[in-house]
Ligand binder design. Structure first.
Ligand code: ZN
Length: 174
């Protein structure tokens, strides 16, 4: 029998008849390639499948469950702390107006209305003062300066619009 036959025998790794085994042993002594193959087969057969230590899966699951529980607890505590901080901040902010709001809401409303009205009147005063200042400046500043500054500002506005258009046309980098 030739080398090819023995090589197939070794690669198939199936039970061999007694006479064939004798012929194979004889071939192994003269063929280093088949000898190496046979040695590899023996080594593979002797490898013990590494089994996980008993109870590994159970321990892993227990640890995982414990970790999840700890994480849930952390989330819960974090949420509680956030909630109470928000409530405390709200109470602290509302404290100055709380007695008024509880015992005489109308007073609070009046105070708010007053604040709003005074803010509006302040705004109106600022606008009026600005108008007066502009009128005074118009009387003092020569018309050429007004014309120059007006053209300067229109140029500025034109350039600004151009740049905005350029920016808008740029491809959006994401
Ligand atoms: Zn051979």
């Amino acid at each position: 029998m030739d080398h090819q036959h023995f090589e197939e025998l070794l690669l198939n790794d199936e039970p061999i008849a007694r006479e064939e085994n004798v012929a194979l042993q004889a071939h192994l002594r003269v063929c280093p390639k088949c000898a190496a193959l046979a040695q590899a087969n023996r080594a593979l057969n002797h490898v013990v499948m590494a089994a996980p230590v008993s109870g590994f899966a159970t321990r892993f699951q227990v640890r995982l469950a414990a970790r999840r529980k700890a994480q849930r607890r952390r989330y819960l505590f974090g949420g509680l702390i956030l909630f109470f901080s928000a409530v405390g901040l709200g109470i602290w902010l509302a404290l100055p107006i709380l007695p008024t709001a509880l015992f005489s809401p109308s007073t609070l409303l009046t105070a708010w209305a007053n604040t709003l009205a005074s803010t509006l009147s302040l705004f109106q005063a600022v606008v009026e003062a600005g108008g007066v200042i502009l009128r005074v400046m118009a009387r003092f500043i020569p018309s050429e300066t007004w014309f120059l500054s007006l053209s300067f500002f229109s140029l500025l506005t034109f350039g600004w619009m151009l740049s905005i258009q350029k920016v808008a046309r740029l491809p959006q980098a994401i």
